[in-house]
Write a protein that binds this ligand. Structure first.
Ligand code: IMP
Ligand code: MG
Length: 192
C-alpha cells in the first residue's frame, strides 16, 4: 500500500523509485541529438514539420524535442486511450481527442513517449495514414521491443528499454511521477 506520510514526514517521489535508468543529463543529450537528426532529415521540407504529440505521456518529451529542432514546426495533439490506472494495456484503442488541423499533403511526425505492445501506435499510424499526409513518421522516446504484440516501425527512437514499469519524463503511474526529470523503475510494491 502506498503511504503518503512516512515517519511523520511527507513521502518523496524518489523514495518510490527502485533505480534510475536514464538521468536528466543523459536524456537531454539524447533528445538534442534526435532533434539534430530530425532537423537534417526534414531540411528540404519547405512547409516544415507537423508534429503530433500523443497526450499525456509524450508532453514532456515533446516540448524538449521541438526546441531541439531547428526548422519550422507546427504543433497538434491527440489523446488516445491507453493504460488508464492499470499497468496492462486493454488491447482496445479509442481516439478521445483528434487533430485540430487538416494534415493532407503534410509531413507528419508523431511524437510518443513509449511503444510497448505497439497496439496504440499501430492503430494511430494507420488512422493518420488515411488522412492523406505526404509522409507520417514516428518518433518515440522509448521502446520496449520484448513486449511487442503488433509491429510498429519507429523512425526515431530515443532508447530501447527492458520490460520494467517505468515512470518519469512524462510517463506515469496513476497520473503521478510524470514530472520527474529522469526515467526510473517504479518499485514493485507501489503498483503490485
Ligand atoms: P502500447 O499500446 O502497449 O504500446 O501502449 C503504449 C502506452 O502505454 C504508452 O503511450 C504509455 O502511455 C503506456 N505505457 C507503456 N509502458 C509504460 C511504462 O513502463 N510506464 C508508464 N506507461 C507505460
Ligand atoms: Mg501514452
Amino acid at each position: 500500500m502506498y503511504e503518503w506520510k512516512e515517519k511523520g514526514k511527507l513521502a518523496m517521489m524518489k523514495d518510490n523509485i527502485q533505480k534510475i535508468l536514464f538521468t536528466e543529463e543523459h536524456i537531454q543529450d539524447r533528445v538534442k541529438a534526435m532533434g539534430q537528426q530530425i532537423t537534417e532529415d526534414y531540411a528540404d521540407v519547405k512547409d516544415g514539420i507537423f508534429c503530433v504529440g500523443i497526450l499525456k505521456g509524450a508532453s514532456v518529451f515533446f516540448t524538449d524535442l521541438v526546441r531541439s529542432i531547428d526548422h519550422f514546426v507546427q504543433f497538434d495533439f491527440m489523446i488516445a486511450s491507453s493504460y488508464g490506472n492499470a499497468t496492462e494495456s486493454s488491447g482496445t484503442v479509442k481516439i478521445l481527442e483528434d487533430l485540430d488541423y487538416d494534415i493532407a499533403g503534410r509531413h507528419v511526425l508523431v511524437v510518443e513517449d513509449i511503444i510497448d505492445s505497439g497496439i496504440t501506435m499501430n492503430y494511430l499510424l494507420k488512422y493518420l495514414a488515411g488522412k492523406g499526409a505526404a509522409d507520417v513518421r514516428l518518433c518515440s522516446f522509448l521502446s520496449k521491443p520484448s513486449r511487442r504484440k503488433v509491429e510498429v516501425q519507429i523512425d526515431y527512437c530515443g532508447f530501447e528499454v527492458p520490460d520494467e514499469f517505468l515512470v518519469g519524463y512524462g510517463l506515469d503511474y496513476a497520473e503521478y511521477y510524470r514530472n520527474l526529470p529522469y526515467i526510473g523503475v517504479l518499485k514493485q510494491e507501489i503498483y503490485g
